[in-house]
Structure formats: C-alpha cells, structure tokens
Design a protein around this ligand. Sequence first.
Ligand SMILES: [Zn+2]
Length: 415
Amino acid sequence: MAADEEVNISIERLSADLRELGDIGRGEDGGLYRMAFTAADMEGKAWLEAKMKEAGLETSRDGACNVIGRMEGEESDLPILVIGSHIDTVPCAGILDGTLGVLSGLECLRALHAAGKKPKRSIELIAFSDEEGRFGGMIGSQSFAGQVTPDLIHHASDLDGIKLSDAMNEHGLDVWQTLQARRDPATLGAYLELHIEQGPVLSEMQEQVGVVEVITGLFKWSVTLSGEPNHAGTTPMGMRRDAFMGVADFAHELPRLIDENGSDKSRATIGRVELMPGSPNTVPGEARFSIDVRDTDETVMIELSTALKKALVAIARRRGLHFNYDVESWIHPVDCDPELVEQVDLAAKDSGVRYRRMESGAAHDAQIIAKVCPVVMIFVPSKDGKSHSPAEWTAYDDIEAGAKVMLKSIERLAF
Ligand SMILES: [Zn+2]
C-alpha cells in the first residue's frame, strides 16, 4: 500500500467487536454485568488482549490490571499518545459506555497497522480498570496518574463490603502492584478518549460528534433538616416543625438559586430524600437528602455552594428546623487542552461530519489523566440521552463518524 494512501476504519469490524464484547457478562435481563474485577470483567480483558494482538499491537497489563496495546513509533523517545477508556460496567449496563472508546481506538490502530503505517510517536491503547467506581474511585486511571496511596488501597471496598485487595486476589492479582502502575508524566504527550455523550444534547442538535472542551466539576452534599415528629391529626398546621416542608421549600428555590448564582452550564439535583420516621400519619421530624451540583467553572461552583447554604439557613429558620450538611465530594472541573481541542476540531472538519464543541456533564478517566497529561475527548450521541441502561445506544452512522474523527485525530497527533 502506498504511503500516502488514505486509511479507513471499518464500521463492520467495529460493530462485530461491539457485539462480541457485548456478550461477555450479559445477564438474563439483557443488561451487562461486567463490574470491575469480576470474572466477566477479567474475561473481557482477556478477549480485548487477544483482539489487540490480532491487530498487531504489543500487549501488556500494568499493576492496576489496565490492559495496554502498544504501537511502536519511529522515535521512541517522544512522549506517547494514549488512547483510553474502560470496559468495566455498572450493573445492568448497556454495551457502549467506555467500551466504544476502547474498541474505536482498537479499530483505528488495526486500520493503521493493516495499512502498514508507522507513527512517529508511540501510541498506547489502554482499557483502564474500574472506571465505574465499584471500589469508590477510578482505580485504573488513578494508578496510572500516580494518585493511589497505601491508605486508599487499604480502604477501597465495594458497596457489599468486598475489599479491592480480595477482589484482585481472586484473580491472582496483588493490590499493592497498583502502586507500580504510575507513569512518568514526562513520557506522556497527549490523551485522547472517545465516549458516548450519556446526555441528550448531540441527538437533540442532530450533530454526530462533540469535541469536548471542558469536563464538568461537581459537588455532592448530604443534608439533614431536623424538626419534630408529631401526630398528623392533633398538631395544627401552624404549630409544626415539619422537616419535609423545609426540603420542599428548598427544592422550589433551586431554579431561582441557579438563575441568580449559576450559569447556563449549572445543574442541581436532589436525587434521594429520606423522611423520618417515615410514617403516613406522622409529621416528619427529620429529612435527609442528597444534592448534586455541577458546573464547568469552579468559581461558579463556589458561588452556588454559598448561595445554597444561605438558602438552607433561611429556610431552616423560617420553619423552626436545624440544618446540617456533609460535603461528600468536591470534584474540580477539568479543561481539555486548547491545542488538542483545536486538532480534534480540525480532524472533525476533515472528516466532513456534523459536529459541535461542547462540555462533558459526566466524569471520565480523562478527568484523572488530566493531572499528568493534556487531554481531549470526542463524544458521540446517545439515543434519547440514555446511559447506564441496556437501552443505551448510538446509531452506527454516528459511531462511524466518531471513529473517523478519532482516526484523523490520531494521524494529526502521532504521525
Ligand atoms: Zn464511561
């Protein structure tokens, strides 16, 4: 094949791979159960490794059991291009979350290899372990970025109390080896991740590809409003300290708080409310609820957290309640590298696909890797915005468009 001949991805090969891996860990309800370090996850890793070998990549696993396929570049001392995502799933998942990024990367490298192309800088395709946070973090990318500590290793366990060390041990893996997976940031040139959007924006806008400029930050609080439990019949309305009414007031104020203190990127969600004692004929004396707030700008996040606190204090005073809250997490927003964004934008233009620049509302491995290396992400539309469900889907045309943009991006970044 001539050196300047155009390389093309094959949507047939890519969709066959998606179907094959999509059969590993399938439950009776049709959902995927390939949670990190389960037998299904390990079977998926082995399948991927075999596919990488077939595609001409040199395979290995690091201490965090991240599966790596390497294409050697002409200049081995140049910082490498990493293409990454994950193949672990939440329980009852669809077949695309994470997996599409890994298999699109595989298809791109397979096409390049088959065409006899050799990149200038080496390329590594990596499936990171436990992106879905079975053990409370993103163990694979965190290990890679040098963020794992003995303390984290010691405490990491899943919702059933199974320790990470035991889950790894079951497959002959030593959790302490995760400390060995750290890469020297100087050897990392760029990180590229393709992912389904997991939201409705691209499909609503009828675009095929999103070039991600920023990954949203978020904070989660667990809030308690305490009043007084009392008889639903004998306590007059004006003499109640009803904790639920406090939650209702607060929920009602959220849109205004976002309008006044947030941006058009702000989101706030009360996803869980528990009322105590939780009896139909008792005024609730205590309400515990979660609030999840997101924005792409940390200053806005700080302003929102102040405004939310003030609103809760005022509501508590008005309703005769006590207010308490715990910060469960604070995740910083991450900017994609402007130069990489520009390159992917040009790749999208070259590919002739319909695309737009956008933000990511969900967390990804890229957010962790950004600490040690410039990152960029490519999104493809999620049908009806659905994800973390067997209904998760992206039209093949759009998958093909995304993979094409990935291939052109790789050619721009590594050749
Ligand atoms: Zn994912």
